[in-house]
Write a protein that binds this ligand. Structure first.
Ligand SMILES: NC(=O)c1ccc[n+]([C@@H]2O[C@H](COP(=O)([O-])OP(=O)(O)OC[C@H]3O[C@@H](n4cnc5c(N)ncnc54)[C@H](O)[C@@H]3O)[C@@H](O)[C@H]2O)c1
Length: 386
């Protein structure tokens, strides 16, 4: 068995998602286990943490017993020891760093969204193809156990013909006056923030993988919390939507809804739930669990009981789907797939073309909102599909 090193620049290594999911839950465990098995060989990541704040980078490096970190991204990109560039820094800087990394001949992997709009993502894809570098975008949610269980049901046809679906997501994000805001302030500013650009790229691949191809959308969005207090204790005006609702039409004629909000209090099964209704049964997935109600267990409800609360428990007729045989952290699944794609040419579903479609979905919803009408969401264009 031979061991090969692969250099990875991790940009935004001190951020919430970079330090937790990508480092602590994915790359570090791969390193600690002696690398990723590739046939008889092992591929061992060698990490260079990159970011803006030297003290915080040094602390993250120390916590993971890593030697290498830098605030000089240009020098890192010029170093041939690193074949891969990964970006998990704030969204507004993504295109700039990806352009540089592609120009430096690095294989590129990044957090979602790939770009603020699909057209910019397409320019990146063209450049990546021209340079012959591999490309990928994080599409982690589909690897959540609850959604995997639901995907198995729809894939296996157990729910019958899909007649509708609803995706609900969100929780209360404090404005910073009574409690600190739980999310970075850039999420609520123009140029990278907004719940549609933040979350809809996920909803695109979740819905198209589990339910069906999206053909039309009608969206509305609003600012529920107009003022917030930032990390420095300064009050600022929220410039982008923190709540959105969308109607979707799928190929084949089924319709569904998405409601996402940072201004809602949770009284549903989980922070994210997706219910799919079918002619033979319905299923509701949360992050980890999935409950199913078949036709045989569907109550024959005839009318409201107006005068008396009959105390019905509508949750009792649902059966929990069995646990998965194995479960791996969704971000680690993404890393393993990308590393196999780079090192062994294994196919990768979540390439830039997929990332562009994720962003194009957000684009279509923004457009529908601006123009106050249904907007067609076309299939991937020739250029992307090639
Ligand atoms: N896959 C997911 O579910 C998921 C979840 C959260 C975040 N994300 C994505 O990961 C990226 C980072 O999000 P996060 O929540 O970790 O953000 P964060 O603010 O916690 O981290 C951002 C990182 O970017 C750096 N940065 C560079 N320029 C910055 C700027 N102008 N303002 C602020 N920080 C800047 C910061 O130093 C920090 O290391 C975003 O693109 C976001 O969309 C994805």
């Amino acid at each position: 068995m031979a061991s090969h090193t692969i250099g990875i620049i991790v940009n935004g290594a001190t951020g919430r998602i970079g330090s937790t999911q990508h480092l602590a839950n994915a790359l570090i465990p791969i390193i600690d286990e002696g690398g990723l098995a590739l046939g008889d060989d092992r591929l061992v990541p060698r990490l260079l943490l990159a970011g803006r704040d030297a003290a915080r980078l040094a602390a993250v490096a120390r916590a993971h017993k890593l030697a290498d970190w830098t605030t000089d991204l240009d020098a890192a990109l010029a170093d041939p020891a690193y074949a891969i560039f990964f970006d998990a820094a704030a969204t507004q800087g993504r295109i700039g760093v990806l352009e540089k990394a592609i120009a430096a001949g690095k294989h590129v992997y990044c957090e979602k969204p790939l770009s603020p709009a699909a057209a910019q993502g397409l320019a990146l894809l063209r450049e990546a193809r021209r340079r012959g570098v591999k490309h990928g975008v994080v599409e982690d949610k589909i690897h959540l156990p609850g959604l995997q269980k639901l995907a198995a049901l729809t894939r296996g046809g157990e729910l019958g013909r899909v007649v509708g679906f609803k995706l609900e997501f969100g929780w209360w994000v404090f404005d910073g006056s009574e409690q600190p805001c739980q999310r970075p302030s850039w999420n609520y500013r123009a140029g990278g923030g907004g719940i549609i650009l933040d979350m809809y790229p996920h909803w695109r691949y979740v819905i198209e993988t589990i339910v069906g191809r999206i053909v039309r959308v009608a969206s509305s969005a609003w600012i529920a919390t107009p003022e917030r207090i930032d990390e420095r204790g300064e009050r600022y005006g929220v410039a982008v939507e923190d709540s959105a609702a969308t109607l979707l039409e799928l190929e084949g004629g089924a319709f569904g809804t998405i409601v996402s909000s940072w201004a809602t209090r949770v009284r549903r099964d989980d922070l994210l739930t997706l219910q799919v209704d079918g002619s033979k049964g319905s299923a509701v997935a949360g992050l980890h669990r999935c409950h199913v109600q078949s036709t045989a267990h569907t109550p024959a409800i005839a009318h409201f009981s107006v005068m008396r609360d009959i105390g019905a428990d509508y949750r009792s007729g649902w059966i929990e789907a069995p646990p998965l045989a194995t479960y791996c952290n969704p971000y680690r699944v993404g890393w393993e797939a990308f590393l196999r794609h780079v090192a062994a040419d294994a196919p990768l579903a979540c390439d830039f073309a997929a990332g562009i479609r994720d962003v194009a979905f957000a684009d279509a919803c923004h457009r529908s909102m601006r123009e106050r009408r249904w907007v067609v969401f076309p299939p991937l264009g020739e250029e992307q599909a090639r």
